[in-house]
Design a protein around this ligand. Structure first.
Ligand code: SME
Length: 150
């Protein structure tokens, strides 16, 4: 699916409404099924000083269901509020390994009323899979879903 198509589908999910859990789960499913190089997609939600795994889609569960803010690539993005793109996970000392097949990762914070409330975490089995277009798409999705993650 094109990124424009993904955004339109995300709009439809948001217009349909439902519980926060339903909306976040539907967006995770859309990203996982809609973009070929998104191998594993999850949303973490901030709980005090930890990230807690919410909905996810992918071939396997991750052992990292709670990540302290500040640890790993996920914790770094939550601490800074800035998107993290890791082209080669094996070369990043912060990386917390989940799946042997993962080669690259993007983590996009979800901010609400000036504070990070969660993040979108995507692993790809392709090296350097995430470009400026992915970042733009995911930052727009993060804005769209912010009030469902707060
Ligand atoms: N790789 C992440 C941990 C989460 S898994 O990718 C699902 C990190 O380094 O924070």
């Amino acid at each position: 699916m094109s990124h424009a198509g993904v955004l339109e589908a995300a709009d439809r999910i948001l217009n349909r409404g439902g519980s926060n859990e339903d909306v976040l789960a539907a967006v995770v499913e859309l990203l996982h099924d809609g973009v070929e190089h998104y191998s594993w997609v999850g949303i973490y939600l901030v709980d005090r000083d930890e990230l807690v795994l919410g909905p996810w889609q992918g071939p396997q569960p991750t052992e990292h269901v709670r990540i302290p803010v500040g640890q790993g690539v996920c914790g770094a993005a939550a601490a800074s509020g800035e998107t993290e793109v890791v082209d080669d996970v094996d070369a990043d000392p912060r990386y917390l390994a989940c799946f042997p097949s993962t080669r690259s990762e993007i983590v996009v914070p979800i901010a609400h009323e000036g504070r990070v409330v969660g993040e979108i975490d995507i692993d790809s089995d392709r090296p350097a899979a995430f470009g400026a277009d992915d970042r733009e798409l995911l930052e727009r999705i993060a804005l769209l879903i912010a009030h469902h993650a707060a």
